[in-house]
Design a protein around this ligand. Structure first.
Ligand SMILES: [Zn+2]
Length: 302
């Protein structure tokens, strides 16, 4: 369970069918296969890719099944994995290269794959660049460890001391507590030039504005946190700095494959994501835990 489930419950995904079984970040075991299914064996472990793109999607053909019309999202558009069983198209199931603890495999599919997609595919972050991560939640914490893995210098901004300590443990070079002077603090921490990449994970119009204001020359501001609030910017900010503002929506199946490998190589850790587990019937309590900020994730174990 992640922030998107809170967003779903609050009515953030408009136009979808209701009621719906949530659950888009999941792993499991193949229980049964359809008569024309090939390449999957009963009993096999799989990660679930939550998106099923239309067969004729021109975006899927370009390797981006996560966007475009007719995209069906498990747990948003079709019933999801807060369940003992879920029916999925075989093409959306991914077999890990080695058996992975199912609780770990579940969180790799989104909590790690989302910042991976944002940093690798959208920002195209390079070794030696400076990465600013705004918001140290389920996505931001992993952006910190992936940024470090990609050879960036990482500055993490968060509110709670616990989350800043987590960012430090996951490899942030600088941690800054969010405060009214945060823009100046980030500038000081980057020798006055601003970060090369800003990953905005906090889902707030005010922090979107900050992200754009503080980014450096040739900067890429990647919006990952889903906010419906407006933000402020001037054309001059973009022109003078050749700044780009980019959206990053979820991830693609190859991102899951790549983060599974990173986990098996011990390049990323997930203890902070798997520490809270509850039985499926405590899904409502898990939602409350997330809303209160007490946890980054809860893994529901049917
Ligand atoms: Zn999620």
């Amino acid at each position: 369970m992640c922030g998107s489930d809170v967003f779903l419950q609050a009515g953030g995904f408009t136009g979808g069918p209701m009621p719906i079984v949530p659950g888009h970040e999941a792993a499991g075991v193949v229980e049964e296969v359809g008569p024309r299914t090939t390449g999957l064996t009963v009993g096999e472990q799989v990660a679930l890719y939550y998106i099923d793109a239309p067969a004729d999607s021109r975006y899927a053909r370009r390797g981006r099944p996560n966007v475009g019309p007719g995209v069906r999202r498990m747990g948003v558009d079709v019933d999801g994995a807060f369940a003992e069983f879920v029916v999925r198209p075989a093409a959306t199931l991914i077999t890990p290269p080695a058996v992975i603890d199912p609780v770990v495999l579940a969180v790799l599919t989104d909590a790690v794959a989302t910042p991976y997609h944002a940093l690798r595919r959208i920002a195209d972050i390079q070794p030696g660049e400076t990465l600013l991560v705004l918001g140290i939640g389920g996505i931001g914490s992993n952006a910190v460890q992936l940024g470090r893995h990609f050879g960036a210098r990482v500055i993490a901004v968060g509110r709670s001391p616990n989350k800043l300590a987590l960012a430090q443990r996951l490899g942030a070079d600088v941690v800054l507590s969010y405060c009214p002077e945060i823009e100046e603090l980030v500038r000081e921490a980057t020798d006055g030039v601003g970060p090369d990449v800003v990953l905005q994970c906090a889902g707030s119009g005010r922090l979107d504005t900050l992200a754009i204001a503080v980014a450096g020359w040739l900067g890429r501001v990647v919006l990952v946190g889903t906010s419906t609030e407006s933000f402020e910017a001037r054309a001059s900010s973009f022109v003078w700095r050749e700044l780009s503002v980019l959206g990053s929506r979820g991830f693609v199946a190859d991102d899951i494959r790549e983060v599974m490998n990173l986990y098996l190589e011990k390049a990323v850790e997930v203890d902070h994501l798997t520490a809270h587990q509850r039985p499926l019937y405590e899904a409502n309590e898990a939602l409350e835990d997330l809303k209160s900020g007490r946890v980054l994730r809860t893994v529901l174990v049917p």
